[in-house]
Write a protein that binds this ligand. Structure first.
Ligand SMILES: C[S@@+](CC[C@H](N)C(=O)[O-])C[C@H]1O[C@@H](n2cnc3c(N)ncnc32)[C@H](O)[C@@H]1O
Length: 389
């Protein structure tokens, strides 16, 4: 049974749409300008009205929900950091233009937590101000994707707005608090092999955020350390099917991108996406809002001060929310169980050597067993790749 309809702007490969669909919502319109993503949408959402550039839309069809995971490239730490006025992230203004002639009951936006911090929170301030000008009430919340059980430490800000309903009942009514350390096991650790000097992104039983929105260089998947595997296969790169599953898609979801005629962009498409189960949880709450206790929270929001991890409000005032980044605890999928360890490629000798040099130069402390296995891995790869010593 369909609970309502969705117009999806900046649809990417449809992470929001697939998740909302699992909660009963039906996407009837998508706008996406990038050809590889459009190939995936055409295959996965056949018959859905599709348009290209959001800037060229005169209007959007009447739907119950308007969803927009707008570009993060100017807001993310991996991007230009130009902020909400940057060429790509400023496209959120197109959403507000289109909302001025829309009767949608709900609006859903998604972006990176840095939008609360960069330039004193200019992005979130502009978003809530614009929503209020259009007559919306709003709530936003930072969530850690691991609340859904996916083994990916991916923090994102969800924004929900409505002219007639209470967005805080959708976004802020559930709060399970952080997961217990017992939910995670020691069979796999994720990290950015491209780093070493700065943040390693080291995570137990999860990978750090899959990235796609960077304007700098090619997106590359994080590596995974599997202490129980044979030497030489302990430090591996996940394959694209793992990447798709790490975002909650079925393996092979983005295969149609190959038909775009462009080089392989699947990692970027996957890294850009909203994790499917995050949107599924949201979709369930949009269909059946909870009961948020407004009085139990942290006082008035100072819009000129620091923006908190979660808040709600409207033109009559705004309040700080004390909720955690963990709305619920869906059953946890261990990284070791999700990953196809036999298909994963060992980190190459070159990549592993470069990573070790950066790590040594940084002087940062890492797990001793990992440091030892990294050295053994480099020797094993030297032989396996038949590199003259
Ligand atoms: C962060 S991604 C959204 C991912 C999507 N929510 C998902 O789950 O797959 C932003 C998307 O906006 C698209 N985009 C950028 N500029 C656009 C424009 N002017 N019109 C339509 N789409 C655009 C990009 O190609 C990219 O796929």
């Amino acid at each position: 049974m369909t609970v309502g309809t969705v117009a999806s702007l900046f649809a990417g490969v449809g992470g929001i749409d697939l998740g909302l669909q699992a909660a009963g919502w039906e996407t009837v319109f998508v706008s996406e300008s990038w050809r590889p993503a459009r190939c995936v949408l055409a295959e996965r959402f056949p018959g859905v009205a599709t348009d290209g550039d959001v800037r060229e839309l005169a209007a959007i069809p009447d739907t119950d929900v308007v969803a927009a995971g707008f570009p993060c490239t100017d807001l993310s730490q991996a991007g230009s950091m130009e902020g909400i006025a940057g060429e790509n992230s400023s496209l959120v203004r197109q959403v507000f233009r289109l909302l001025s002639s829309s009767e949608a009951e709900w609006v859903v936006l998604e972006n990176v937590p840095n939008m609360l911090v960069l330039h004193g929170g200019a992005a979130i301030r502009e978003i809530v101000d614009s929503l209020e000008t259009l007559g919306y009430r709003w709530a936003y919340r930072t969530v850690d994707t691991r609340f859904t059980g996916l083994p990916q430490r991916r923090r994102r800000v969800l924004v929900v707005a409505s002219r007639s309903r209470r967005p805080q009942d959708v976004l802020l009514a559930d709060d399970a608090g952080p997961r217990s350390a017992d939910d995670f096991d020691d069979r796999a650790y994720g990290f950015y092999w491209t780093e070493g000097r700065g943040g390693l992104g080291w995570v137990r039983d999860a990978i750090p955020t899959l990235k796609g929105g960077s304007t700098i260089g090619l997106p590359s998947a994080p590596a995974v350390y599997l202490p129980g595997r044979p030497q030489g296969r302990r430090i591996v790169m996940p394959v694209i099917a793992d990447g798709e599953r790490l975002q909650g898609f079925p393996a092979g979801w983005t295969a149609a991108a190959a038909r775009s005629g462009e080089r392989d962009h699947r990692w970027k498409l996957v890294g850009n996406a909203v994790p499917v189960p995050v949107a599924r949880w949201l979709g369930r709450r949009l269909a059946d809002p909870g009961d948020h206790h407004d009085e139990r929270h942290g006082g008035r929001l100072d819009r000129q001060g620091r923006w908190p991890a979660a808040a709600w409000g409207g033109s009559d005032g705004a309040w700080v929310s004390a909720v955690s980044e963990w709305p619920v605890h869906e059953s946890y999928v261990h990284l070791r169980d999700l990953l196809d360890a036999d298909a994963a490629t060992p980190l190459s000798h070159r990549a592993a050597t470069g990573f070790r040099s950066r790590l040594e130069a940084s002087g940062r402390s890492v797990d001793e067993a990992f440091r030892r296995d990294l050295t053994i891995h480099i020797s094993e790869r030297l032989v396996a790749e038949q590199i003259p010593a």
